[in-house]
Design a protein around this ligand. Structure first.
Ligand code: 6R9
Length: 655
């Protein structure tokens, strides 16, 4: 780690904003001064960019930390802010969604059309008995209906829980049960890698026979969009085709006002234990910060820009920068259903050229995989429309940053490296385009109105040039309001570590350089970051030991050139299975098993069959040592192991 840090701190390339960019930029340096002078007043001003049915008079209520209330006596409707108000302002004909299906089909959806669809769907949901506070699970591919579904749920004050379409039936079931969802909105299937990938069968499995020991079934209906055209099973009375009810429903629906702290969504993310956490976000503060950051960090000019955030709506980035931020700002955006390399490796660049994308927001893992394929592919397309690039999800190494700037950004487009989390709801640390002189590899500075620090284990500021833990020192509008159904875990996970100071502990290591800019150094807990997706080691370990052949398992995130980190598993197989099966066969089937249990993104890159795992005397698995092996390094200090010989045995087995 330290040589990597030295390398980072020696990074002295700087890119000042061009005069042309600065002249038209939404952000300006005085935002920092305004926010520094009156932080709450600054956020109140941002909140007033939204439409409030009932204006708020109170900005922040922090009387019961860490449970914040923002704009609490105000009332608004999130969907009205994303739709109706643009139509009422005369922008109904503006394209909201430039949708491209993987097979090449396309749909352009204007603000007027999307508003119409959402109103109809809101009426359908009401007709199914869904009301404020009810939970609706959304398990859809990246199609316009996915956005409509989120907004219709929001419109009636209900709470959505979007589950990534790549998650398995088991993961879906766990999320449905935890939230107690009454309705699931899904599709027959969606296109992925050139073929239809079924979704409805996973919903059927998730809602299938319960053995009596689990929780009661809460789902009453399944609303199904036809997308893949694949054959599916049908449960009469429970399943409803979208096309049978939505077009027929009334397009009259008045948006009701809900309190600013009305829950908007739950989004599950991996924590350090096996059980995913349902991160809860509410309405007014969330929408304020999602819209503000999209406007200033992505420099959205709704009249002229074509924005493309490549994230799936199954992740927070898809919530804040596909669904809510861009629509609240009345922007035009591209949505692409499929994978980047289908049917050819230039697919993304073809889309940029076709739609004249001006702002691209994506993840370092994607950039690194394009780097691997080589510049010849993007250079076949006209990327000259791009004027701003963004990065999110994991640290972007300076080489990938430089490649992104040069090959994709034509050496002129500024790059914003944006640090934030599911829990923070919106961007927290980033350069402001047109204002900040950028540095490859550093997320740099907290946004106006945001206060962060890097501290030591005791919570003291480390000072420039030093590393420590990233904390957020003041509440922010889009902060999580809790973990669904588990207020204690909320306090314990994020607030207990620096209780004395009242800091939010982000779980990331960070370093301040000599200018005081922030460099993110990855997670400090047992959470891995694979292609920008958070996975918990424990969650994968429990999936592995759930296989009848496995006696014990330990999982680590090993650094990987393309995906940032990769899942590497060390597994002890039960004797009886070892005799009957080859090690390669077992490793192969366990990779598949994890993919089925959690989802393909969790599938280990490597599964090593070993005889023992390195444990301390108190029985704790020393993952640090396994990571050394997985990354092909000399194994570190083994003196605290109960059996110091075990690592040489493992190293030999892995080789
Ligand atoms: C938005 C999102 C959050 C974790 C976070 C950190 C890592 C995200 C980053 C970054 C370095 C960046 N992370 N952005 N690390 N630089 N620009 O990704 O949310 O899925 O909850 O992940 O991702 O480790 O703690 P989420």
């Amino acid at each position: 780690m330290s040589s990597q840090i030295d390398h980072l701190l020696n990074e002295d390339r700087r890119f000042a904003p061009s005069e042309e960019f600065a002249a038209d930029a939404i952000a300006s340096a005085d935002l920092y001064d305004r926010a520094a002078g009156d932080r709450e007043g600054f956020w109140a001003e941002q909140a007033r960019e939204l439409h409030w049915h009932t204006p708020f008079t109170q900005t922040l209520d922090w009387s019961n930390p860490p449970f914040a209330r923002w704009f609490a006596d105000g009332e608004l409707n999130v969907a009205y802010n994303c739709l109706d108000r643009h139509v009422e302002a005369g922008h109904g004909d503006r394209v909201a969604l430039l949708w491209e299906g993987e097979p090449g089909d396309e749909r352009r959806v204007t603000y007027a059309e999307l508003t119409d669809e959402v109103k109809r769907l809101a009426n359908v949901l009401r007709g199914l008995g869904i009301g404020a506070g009810d939970r609706v699970a959304i398990y859809l591919p990246m199609i316009p209906e996915a956005i409509a579904a989120m907004l219709a749920v929001a419109r009636i004050g209900a709470i959505h829980s979007v589950v990534f379409g790549g998650f398995s039936a088991d993961s879906l079931r766990a999320r449905i049960d935890d939230a107690g969802a009454r309705l699931v909105i899904t599709a027959d299937g969606g296109y992925r890698k050139g073929k239809v990938s079924p979704l409805k069968p996973a919903v059927d499995l998730a809602l299938g026979e319960r053995n009596g020991s689990g929780p009661q079934e809460t789902v009453e209906h399944v609303l199904v969009v036809r997308r893949g055209g694949n054959d599916i099973e049908w449960t009469e009375g429970r399943d409803i085709w979208w096309h049978d009810v939505v077009p027929q429903a009334s397009a009259e629906h008045e948006a009701e006002a809900f309190p600013a702290e009305n829950p908007l969504f739950i989004l599950y993310t991996s924590g350090t234990t096996g059980k995913p956490k349902g991160i809860l976000h509410t309405s007014g503060g969330y929408l304020t910060q999602a819209a503000f950051t999209n406007r200033t960090v992505h420099d959205i000019h709704p009249e002229t820009d074509v924005f493309w955030c490549t994230a799936d709506i199954g992740w927070i980035t898809g919530h804040s920068y596909v669904a809510y931020g861009p629509l609240a700002n009345g922007a035009t955006q591209v949505i692409y259903e499929g994978t980047p390399d289908t049917p050819h490796p230039g697919r993304w660049w073809e889309i940029v050229e076709k739609y004249g994308v001006t702002i691209l927001y994506t993840a370092p893992t994607a950039i690194r995989s394009f780097m691997k394929i080589g510049r010849a592919v993007p250079q076949k397309f006209d990327l000259s429309s791009l004027r701003l690039l963004g990065s999110v999800g994991e640290p972007i190494n300076p080489e990938a940053w430089m490649w992104y700037r040069k090959i994709i950004g034509g050496k002129t487009a500024p790059i914003v490296d944006t640090w934030w989390q599911t829990e923070t709801g919106a961007i927290m640390i980033s350069a402001l385009p047109g204002v900040t002189e950028t540095k490859p590899g550093s997320a740099q500075v907290p946004l106006p109105g945001i206060s962060v620090d890097v501290v030591d284990e005791d919570g003291s500021h480390v000072g420039n040039g030093n590393g420590g833990l990233l904390v957020i020192t003041e509440p922010w509008p889009s902060m999580l309001r809790g973990i669904w159904g588990d207020p204690e875990r909320f306090v314990e996970t994020y607030w207990d570590k620096f209780r004395a100071q009242g800091y939010y502990f982000a779980g990331d290591g960070a370093r301040l350089d000599d200018d005081g800019d922030v460099w993110l150094l990855g997670r400090v807990d047992d959470v891995m970051n694979v292609s920008g997706h958070r996975l918990s080691t424990t969650e994968i370990e429990s999936a592995l030991v759930g296989n009848e052949a496995v006696a014990e398992a330990a999982v680590v995130g090993a650094s990987d050139e393309t995906t940032g980190q990769a899942v590497v598993a060390f597994v002890i197989i039960k004797q009886s299975y070892l005799h009957e099966h080859s090690a390669e066969g077992l490793a192969q089937s366990l990779r598949g098993w994890v993919g089925e249990q959690i989802g393909p993104i969790a599938r280990p890159r490597d599964v090593y069959i070993v005889g023992e795992l390195p444990k301390t005397r108190s029985g704790k698995i020393m993952r640090r040592l396994l990571r050394d092996v997985a990354e092909g390094r000399e194994v570190g200090d083994t003196t605290t192991l109960a059996d110091t010989a075990v690592m040489s045995v493992i190293s030999a087995q892995v080789r």
